[in-house]
Design a protein around this ligand. Structure first.
Ligand SMILES: [Zn+2]
Length: 105
C-alpha cells in the first residue's frame, strides 16, 4: 500500500492508515501521525522527526551507527508529503510525464 508520508513507516494494513475528520481513512499518513484530520503532533518539525525515528531505528538495531540512521532519514524524510512543500507539484509533474510516455507507445 505504501508508507506514511510523515514518518515513513510502511503501511500494509488498512488499520494502520490515519483517519480524516469524517472518519474515512487517510491514505497518506499512518494512524500514529494523523487522526481525525489532524497531525497528532502538529508542532513536530522535520528535524524532530529525524531524531525521533533515528532513535527508534537504533533501539531496534543496536549495531546500526547513529550517523547511518540519521543519514538515511535525512535522505528519505524530506521528500515525504508532510515535509516537502512541492510534493503535489512533483507528483503532478511525474504523472504528466507518465502520460507522455504512454502516448508514445
Ligand atoms: Zn506516520
Amino acid at each position: 500500500m505504501g508508507f506514511c508520508n510523515s514518518c515513513g513507516k510502511p503501511m500494509s494494513r488498512g488499520d494502520e492508515l490515519g483517519t480524516n475528520e469524517d472518519g474515512s481513512k487517510n491514505e497518506y499518513y499512518c494512524i500514529d501521525c494523523f487522526q481525525n484530520g489532524e497531525f497528532t503532533e502538529p508542532d513536530l518539525t522535520l528535524q524532530d522527526m529525524i531524531v525521533k525515528k533515528a532513535k527508534e531505528m537504533l533501539d531496534k538495531n543496536p549495531d546500526l551507527r547513529e550517523e547511518d540512521a540519521t543519514g538515511l532519514l535525512m535522505y528519505f524524510l524530506p521528500n515525504l508529503k508532510r515535509w516537502n512543500p512541492k510534493f503535489d507539484e512533483e507528483v503532478n509533474h511525474y504523472q504528466s510525464n507518465k502520460r507522455g510516455y504512454r502516448q508514445m507507445d
